[in-house]
Design a protein around this ligand. Structure first.
Ligand SMILES: Nc1nc2c(ncn2[C@@H]2O[C@H](COP(=O)(O)OP(=O)(O)OP(=O)(O)O)[C@@H](O)[C@H]2O)c(=O)[nH]1
Ligand SMILES: [Mg+2]
Length: 904
């Protein structure tokens, strides 16, 4: 007597048998067959020793530890020449993925109960799940175990996909279904058996060994996808490569196609309407309607492609996109969103999505949520957003939710290193492994220190900027980070993890007055990152107070010149005995003398300057002083002093740019131009940190680029400028910049003859100080293996200075001895260029001795936009090269033999 598994029989036969069956066989698949002989080969069923069956059980997703990656087995599909390939893939996948003896099988979205397969021995691995699935569902309900007939070893079971095909060819007569029947059987069956009783959500199903997750815990790709759709996607993938339309199979690589959001089929403009019909659920093939979307396409929901726009009227296109976003089957299946280890219910997902500050771009995946503070992140990762607090979703948070290893807790979660740095930067005392309670508004207190609310984290100066640098979120209500130099941080929230990955970070740092803020501001202008009104206002006040500073310096100079003049006059008088000596008091006035009113203002201004409180007094009070400034500036005494400005040490070179327009600038209605902003001292940040995001506009160079070298112009970059003083002792705050991609170290080329006081008050050469800082940064452990671009700045000033002051003024450059080359190409290399190359080689050699790697160098004049643009494009190139190239032959860099080029 042959024993046939019930689902091996044709559906009709199975149905006929149903009436006669004893209800007690409900959980058995094997029934005795006593009818007439059948015309096809019947699979042999042997009794299986249950104890020898490898342990296989339905594994609930929730029970799988988040970091356990279990292999996935793809279903074997029907015999079809095109599907042979698929079977082979299955074999490979399985061989790689198959655990040695036992495996758990999960039917996602389908519940089965005690499915004991008694198939021909050793043939279970050959089961076409695609085809079994509907029939299995026919006879089973609720969850159960799928047993293996294990008389073969695993390798045998899974070996030879051709065997699969053979068997399937043999057997197909009895239970073959064509693709459409299969699809409809599958969908109707699954609809009936959906896990939560709703026919909508659970059509998609898959067989996995224990279910798999992508590394970030997100269920994407092939998980939870029906075998039907999976198969379709594979076929489609092959066509897509060839640029074929999936309906007319005509090839046109360049014509835009409309992509099905379920199976990824692509249709050309001629076929799309026929293939997708009226699109009641958006861009889906007619046969895909009702199926869940491919999660990787969630980002394009509602974005109407150009082809559809062309084919449809505006309102039709809008309506279809509306359906696409809002129809039920395109919504995230709640069971695929885990919060604190618990899959969400429909209600919980609703709560999450409709709260005031919902997670952005929510996708299926595993997340953690701190209900008290609203911190939200992906399991095992630092927080990526602060959402509404106190939502009733998911389980209680786990201590290790974000995989922190700092021994410091916030609301019972061990925080990550980045968060610890943020707290430290905010000045929060973190010694002694404290546990903090942080409320949704950022108030924090240490556990055990009841009722002592220290302050709000978000009120700390510079905290938002620090969060931006560390890619940590800030509260949604403080979305506008005005007053801090965060350029364009969308909605005040740092971009999502996926976006952060593609954001290249550049750090700009240098010794005092090397020109970092000038380069930063220049970059903002070149890459069109506009200054906000607040920033302009702050720069305006800065320019005005600097102007008073410059005036003060002039007035100090005026006093000195007046004094000198008077002494001269007195000396002259003494030397020339005058007949008029007795004729009354001598007029002691000279060209540098001013009237009593201006003298009073001048004395007061100098006093304020001496007290070092210039900014405090003048910020915002320019209205009162504007008339006096005007009178003062027009006074001939000040003009005479201004003419001798070169003799005033402390007056910066660029002071005359503003002093020339002293009257205009001191007016209340003064609006700084871009040039004024560039020439102004500093940026706007009080803490030495500034940050902006930008991308490169297409340049003419890009047009000529080899397609292989084409650069993604949509790539975003983050430029962070930090003042050396903000790096702390031993540059300890450099730790904050661990995810920097390129460090731009800025050096002022004219520092070689300048001095500043070191920490002990001794004058030291500024170039040597800059070298010292360079060494500290380059050897800092955080920057181990980072790319460095040396920005040799103020070349315009070097050109002037080198003619008057030899480079050898700096002891580090004492062997600069440019030889006159006999090479006609080199003979005209200007001295400034030679000095630049020489300095570049000095730094390159130093860098190599410290790191064994190549230092990139760029020649810059910070006041020239093209020059700054070129340096940043060079940084982009360095990033693109990725892996470091072998060190260039640094010996090529001799001062006399280097060809002119701005970058090396
Ligand atoms: N002529 C000329 N002046 C420059 C150049 N780069 C910067 N400067 C000027 O040099 C001075 C210092 O430049 P900053 O950009 O303020 O330098 P910094 O690195 O921000 O210095 P800190 O104020 O210490 O932070 C400013 O007066 C700038 O205008 C340049 O390439 N050419
Ligand atoms: Mg500056």
């Amino acid at each position: 007597m042959t024993s046939l598994p019930r689902f091996f029989l044709p559906i009709s036969f199975s149905k006929n048998c149903e009436d006669d069956e004893d209800s007690s066989v409900e959980y058995s698949f094997a029934v005795e067959y006593s009818g007439p002989p059948v015309s096809y080969n019947i699979p042999q069923a042997v009794l299986v020793d249950v104890d020898r069956i490898p342990t296989a059980s339905v594994v609930s997703m929730a029970s799988i530890s988040s970091n356990l990656s279990l292999p996935v087995i793809q279903p074997i599909t029907k015999s079809d020449p095109r599907r042979k390939k698929l079977s082979k893939e299955f074999k490979l996948d399985s061989e790689e993925a198959m655990p040695p003896k036992s495996a758990s099988i999960e039917f996602v979205g389908i519940s089965c109960k005690s499915v004991n397969l008694s198939g021909r021995s050793g043939e279970l691995g050959l089961v076409d799940v695609d085809e079994y699935m509907p029939k299995m569902l026919d006879g089973v309900e609720s969850s159960g175990t799928l047993g293996f007939s294990d008389s073969h070893d695993d390798s045998q079971e899974l070996s030879g996909s051709s065997e699969v095909e053979d068997l399937k060819d043999d057997d197909k007569e009895g239970w073959d279904l064509d693709e459409e029947e299969l699809s409809s059987a599958l969908s109707s069956e699954i609809e009936e058996e959906s896990i939560d009783g709703s026919p909508r959500a659970n059509r998609a199903s898959s067989v996995t060994f224990g279910g798999s997750e992508s590394s970030d815990g997100v269920h994407e790709g092939t998980d939870h996808v029906s075998p039907e759709i999976l198969r379709k996607r594979l076929e489609i993938k092959a066509n897509a490569k060839k640029g074929l339309c999936n309906r007319c199979f005509k090839r046109n690589r360049f014509a835009e196609k409309v992509v099905c959001i379920v199976c990824s089929a692509r249709y050309c403009g001629n076929c799309v309407i026929r293939a997708m019909g009226s699109m009641p659920e958006g861009r889906k093939c007619v046969t895909c309607i009702g199926f869940s979307i491919d999660e990787s396409k969630r980002g394009i929901l509602g974005k109407c492609p150009w082809v559809l726009r062309k084919l449809l009227t505006d309102s039709e296109a809008k309506q279809i996109m509306h359906f696409e976003i809002s129809c039920e089957s395109n919504q995230i299946p709640p069971r695929l969103v885990y919060v604190n280890g618990k899959p969400l219910s429909h209600e919980e997902l609703d709560v999450l999505q409709t709260c005031q500050y919902p997670p952005k771009k929510l996708k299926p995946g595993r997340y953690w949520y701190d209900k008290v503070s609203g911190y939200w992140g992906k399991e095992g990762q630092k927080p990526c957003q602060i959402i509404s607090a106190q939502l009733s979703v998911g389980n209680a948070i786990d201590l290790k939710a974000s995989n922190g290893n700092t021994n410091i807790r916030i609301n019972n979660r061990e925080i990550t290193k980045a968060e610890l740095r943020m707290l430290q930067w905010a000045g929060i005392y973190c010694e002694g492994r404290p546990h903090f309670w942080v409320s949704e508004n950022g108030c924090y207190q240490e556990e055990g220190q009841k009722n002592v609310i220290i302050s709000r984290i978000w009120d700390k100066t510079g905290i938002k900027l620090v969060c931006a640098l560390l890619s940590l979120p800030i509260p949604p209500e403080s979305a506008n980070p005005s007053g801090e130099d965060v350029g364009k941080i969308a909605n005040g929230v740092v971009p999502t993890y996926r976006e952060q990955k593609t954001l290249n970070k550049l750090l700009l740092v240098g010794y005092d007055k090397s020109g970092t803020s000038t380069i930063f501001k220049q970059a903002r202008m070149v890459y069109n990152v506009r200054f906000s009104e607040d920033e302009c206002q702050s720069i305006k006040l800065r320019i005005q107070s600097s102007l008073y500073g410059y005036l003060g310096i002039l007035l100090g100079g005026r006093e000195r010149f007046e004094e000198e003049c008077l002494s001269e006059m007195r000396r002259n008088r003494r030397d020339q005995p005058s007949t008029s000596e007795s004729s009354g008091p001598v007029d002691e006035k000279n060209i540098y003398s001013i009237g009593p009113k201006l003298k009073a203002f001048s004395d007061w201004l100098l006093q304020v300057m001496m007290s070092g409180n210039l900014e405090g007094i003048f910020l915002g009070a320019s209205r009162e002083y504007a008339p006096l400034v005007e009178e003062l500036w027009k006074d001939k005494a000040l003009q005479a002093t201004y003419n001798r400005r070169n003799e005033l040490d402390k007056l910066p070179r660029l002071a005359s740019y503003f002093l020339d327009r002293a009257v205009e600038i001191s007016r209340t209605d003064y609006e700084p131009s871009d040039m004024d902003i560039l020439y102004a001292e500093g940026i706007t940040s009080s803490n030495g940190l500034s940050c902006m995001e930008f991308s490169f506009p297409k340049s003419t160079q890009d047009n000529f680029m080899n397609p292989v070298d084409q650069i993604d112009l949509s790539q975003r970059y983050q430029l962070i400028r930090v003042h050396a003083n903000s790096l702390g002792e031993n540059c300890k705050w450099l730790e904050m910049f661990e995810d920097i991609d390129v460090v731009l170290y800025c050096v002022s080329l004219i520092d070689y003859d300048q001095f500043s006081d070191d920490a002990n008050g001794f004058p030291t050469n500024k170039m040597l100080e800059s070298k010292k800082l360079f060494e500290s940064i380059v050897t800092h452990p955080t920057f181990h293996h980072k790319n460095f671009l040396l920005v040799l700045n103020k070349f315009d000033l070097l050109e002037e200075k080198i003619k008057q002051v030899p480079l050898t003024q700096c002891e580090w450059f004492d062997d600069f001895n440019p030889v006159i080359s006999h090479n006609p190409n080199n003979s005209n290399t200007p001295l400034a260029h030679r000095a630049f190359y020489y300095i570049a080689v000095k730094f390159k050699t130093l860098f190599y001795s410290l790191t064994g790697r190549k230092l990139y160098v760029s020649l810059v004049t910070g006041l020239e936009p093209d020059s700054v643009d070129e340096a940043f494009r060079y940084a982009r190139e360095i990033l693109k090269w990725g892996e470091e190239k072998p060190i260039a032959n640094i010996q090529d860099w001799s001062s006399g033999s280097i060809e002119a080029s701005s970058s090396s």
